[in-house]
Write a protein that binds this ligand. Structure first.
Ligand code: FAD
Length: 475
């Protein structure tokens, strides 16, 4: 079948929803959040609902096309787009239905966290999401999902009640604890390996509308004093508190006083999801460990907290290469290594957040969902961010060297939603899931996607495809 005939088959079913290189919408539709990614798919199917997704999946399978699935387009490796193949783009699918009595929400696969928060907060409710509102609920939840509610209510995927998903055979299935429960186990952490999720049903929790946020930015020179205080503080903090220590430089923008712009800092940030008064009391110590250069703390709407990082991580404006590693602990030697790294960042835009875990997110066992072991108390994320493409190699090399060096303090496990470009292939994926869960994921992949149609992700290799490179287009 020629490319032209194939297109007409696809277009006869999907009409103007199919965007090709000659279409005026093509460049906007192939752009993703990471400015480094510049891929040219053959077709982008802008889906409106389950029927479009089923048509696109069947077409891709029959014609053995490389497939990319797009939710919010935030994956750092740019896995929402591919060269030459077919993109199943869910970004037009924005339906959100809140049930305030049952405290649940069903949201389609193109929804972002900002959009979901807006609707759920109208009822004083929230689902645990990420810390940047423009990120898609889809990729984030399927990979786990850590945010400001993680210690009180767990990972995003822990709050899933069910999904509707189109698997590689084109079947639309519901997966939940009682229906296709093996698939439900796999999609909670197993990423986009098993199909295209049409909609997610989440458990909601009462949050806000106002909460206390602490954001004390200390000069980097004070890090050796204030970060050990943070470490002691968070260990004793209630589960309402989710916190990070973020090594960064104050952005050179009007929002910050001129004398602070560009200053290297460590930001002790936290959100308390209980009452504002309780939150103010609980988070006050974070603001008093030294003399903050800037203190952004205050009681504010939960939706505002969810957007605080947005202006500093704009879509397309920067090149991004982010990698992560779980830390065995945070003793003074580990801290010293992070502080030295913070001092040597090649780009002032680069962030080094240390995420504090624990609480509800650590309660499920490693076997309860594909996500796997949650026992690490800290996650180091190396969020390299820069603007000049000429600096690509320098920043990626620095990130990888630091990541390799930090393995001294880690079991080697990581968070697959912050996995760089996944260059380490199967070794990386296996390190993240652990041996037992990985074996179980392979069995599920054999059952639901034996030909590896969905492979532009943190790929679980089905047994039949084990000899093939994971990201090779089959034409
Ligand atoms: P996409 O690039 O659209 O999708 C990523 C992958 O997910 C796809 O390649 C596909 O494999 C799969 N996928 C997407 N949609 C579907 C679907 N409907 N069905 C099946 N598979 C699908 N993570 C956190 O846990 N917490 C954070 O606070 C956080 N903050 C972030 C902030 C920024 C600025 C960025 C860029 C990322 C952040 N992340 C965070 C990481 C984020 O979880 C991943 O990048 C995630 O992949 C983004 O999901 P997406 O839908 O936006 O991305």
């Amino acid at each position: 079948m020629t490319g032209k005939q194939s297109t007409s088959t696809l277009e006869s079913r999907l009409g103007g929803k199919v965007v090709g290189p000659d279409d005026d919408r093509y460049d906007a539709a192939r752009r993703v959040w990471n400015g480094m990614i510049d891929r040219r798919p053959r077709w982008i199917v802008r889906c409106d609902g389950a029927a479009d997704v089923i048509d696109a999946v069947n077409f891709a399978r029959v014609h053995q096309l490389m497939v990319a699935v797009r939710g919010g387009g935030h994956n750092v490796a740019g896995s929402a787009v591919c060269d030459d193949g077919l993109v199943i783009d869910l970004s037009p699918m924005k339906k959100i239905d809140v049930d305030p009595i049952a405290r649940t929400v069903r949201a389609q696969g193109g929804v972002t966290w900002g959009e979901l928060d807006r609707e759920t907060q109208a009822f004083g409710l929230a689902a645990p999401g990420g810390v940047v509102s423009t990120t898609g609920i889809a990729g984030l939840t399927l990979g786990g999902g850590v945010g400001w509610l993680r210690r009180k209510y767990g990972l995003s995927c822990d709050n899933l009640i069910s999904v509707d998903i189109v698997t590689a055979d084109g079947a639309l299935r519901t997966a939940s604890a009682t229906e296709t429960s093996d698939l439900f186990w796999g999609i909670r952490g197993g990423g986009g390996n098993f199909g295209v999720v049409i909609s997610f049903e989440f458990q909601l929790h009462p949050v806000g509308p106002e909460v206390m946020f602490a954001g004390a930015l200390y000069p980097l020179e004070q890090a050796r004093t204030v970060v050990p205080c943070w470490r002691d503080f968070i260990r004793a903090a209630p589960e309402e508190v989710s916190s990070q220590a973020v090594f960064w430089s104050v952005p050179a923008v009007d929002a910050f006083p001129p004398h602070t712009r560009g200053a290297p800092v460590v930001a002790l940030v936290a959100m308390h999801c209980g009452s504002p008064a309780e939150g103010q009391r609980a988070l006050q110590p974070l603001r008093e460990f030294g003399e903050p250069l800037i203190d952004l703390s205050g009681v504010m709407p939960f939706v505002q907290v969810q957007q605080l990082y947005d202006p500093f991580l704009p879509a397309g404006a920067f090149n991004y290469y982010w990698k992560s590693l779980e830390l065995n602990g945070l003793d003074d030697q580990v801290l010293e290594a992070v502080i030295v790294a913070a001092e040597s960042r090649p780009s002032p835009h680069t962030l080094l957040p240390i995420w504090h875990h624990g609480g509800a997110m650590n309660r499920p066992s490693a076997r309860d969902s594909a996500y796997g072991d949650r026992s690490a108390e800290f996650l180091l994320s190396i969020d390299s961010t820069w603007s000049d493409p000429a600096d690509n190699e320098k920043n990626i090399r620095w990130t990888r060297a630091l990541w390799n060096d930090m393995h001294r303090f880690s079991s080697g496990s990581l968070y697959l939603n912050f996995a760089g470009f996944g260059e380490e292939g199967q070794a990386l994926v296996q390190a993240a899931y652990g041996c037992d869960n990985y074996k179980r994921l392979v069995a599920l992949k054999n059952k639901f996607d034996p030909a590896n149609l969905f492979r532009l992700n943190q790929n679980i290799l089905p047994t039949a495809a084990a000899g093939l490179p994971a990201a090779t287009a089959v034409k």
